[in-house]
Design a protein around this ligand. Sequence first.
Ligand SMILES: [Ca+2]
Ligand SMILES: [Ca+2]
Ligand SMILES: [Ca+2]
Length: 395
Amino acid sequence: MFTFACITLSILASRGDIATSYWSFDEIENGVIEESIMGLDAQVHGAELQQGALHGGLFFDGEDDYAAIESMGLAAKTIGSLAEGTISTWFRFDHSPESMDIETIFYLGAMQDFSSYGTSANCYELEIGHFSAQRRLYWTNISTQEETTAIPLCWSTTDHLQVGQWYHIVSTTSSMGTHIYLNNVELFDPGNCTWQFGDETMRRFLGDVLQQEAVWFGKGLWNNEEQFFEGVIDEFTIWNRALTPEEVTTEYERVASVGALTIHEDIPYEIQITADSLVLHGALDNIVKIKWQIAGGAWSSQPNISLESTWDLTIVEPVPAGRHEIRVVGQNAANRTFADTRILIQPDLDADGTIDVHDLLLMIGAWGECDCIEDLTGDGRVSIADILLLISAWG
Ligand SMILES: [Ca+2]
Ligand SMILES: [Ca+2]
Ligand SMILES: [Ca+2]
C-alpha cells in the first residue's frame, strides 16, 4: 500500500513538470474533481466515477451530467490565454449521435449564446457528431463578431468512431500548425482526417475563443440547446506548447501500458470440474473488459466498470470432456491484454452429466499411450492415475 502511494505521488510530481493542467478524474471529493497543477477544479453535476482509461474516469449519463470548472477567472488567465498548446484526452462514447445531436467531450466558450446556425456563438468544442456527421470526432473553433459567425478552424476524423470503444485523441498547435493523433497514430488530410474549415498550417487554440464564460466536460451547445455526453472521459491534459510525436507516444503509453490481471493463488493450477458452473476470482488493475476462453474456443466477455482491485466470474459455458486450458484476459482501454491461465479437467467423458461406469469404460477403451481426451492427467497416456482422477469425481 505504501509503495503504491509513493509511485502515485512521483507520477503526479513528474506530470506537473511537463503539463499545464491535468484532470486525472481518479477521485470525486465533496462533489469536486481536482485539477492537480493549476487548481482548475471542476464541480461535478451528476457524473460518477467508473473504471476509466487510467484508473478512475468520469461517467456521464447523457441526460444532464457534466462537470464545470469553478473559477472562470483563473481559467481565462491560464488555459484560456493559450495561443498554442496541446490537448489530450481519453474517451468512450456510449450513444451514437443522431442528426443535429452531438456528444461533447470538452467545451470552452459562451454559456448560452447561439449562432444563427444553432451552434454555440463562440467556443472551442471537442465532440462526436456535427449536423449529420454521426460518429465522426470534431474539434471546432466557432467565432462570432457583430452577428457574423465564422468557423476559423474545424477538423474531423474521416471515419466514424465506434460506440463503446475507448479512444485517445491529441491535438497539438504551434506556429508550425496543427497535428492530430488518434490512438497514437497521426491523422492526415486527405486520408483519415478532413479539414472542414482551415487547414493543418493553422495556429488557433484556446486563447482564440472570444467569449470565455464556461469550461465544461461532457456538455456543449448545439442545435440551440445544451447537449450532454453519454460515456466516460478520462485523463484530460492541456500543455502550453505543442508536444512532439515522441511526447505524444509517451503520453499514450502512460495510460496504455498500465494493466494487470491474475487468477488468485488459492485456485489450484488444475481445476477438476464438479458442478455445472465454475467460479473464478482474482486481482486486477486498470482493466475495462474481462474475457475468457476455454480450449481455444469462442471468447466470452463482460465489461469491468468497477474500481475494485478484485474480480470474480461465474463461468457457465460447458467444459468439454478431457483436459483444457482456460485463459482469463483483462483488456485495458488501449486494448492491451493481461492474461492468466488454469487447466480445467472434465472427467464426464461422455458428457451425460454424471461420472459413472460409462466414463470408466471409455477410459479403459483408450488405455495406453494416446493423445486423447481420456488422458486427464496430461502425461500422454491413459493409466491408473487417470482412473483415480475419474473415481475421485464419481457420482
Ligand atoms: Ca483517470
Ligand atoms: Ca458420464
Ligand atoms: Ca494420463
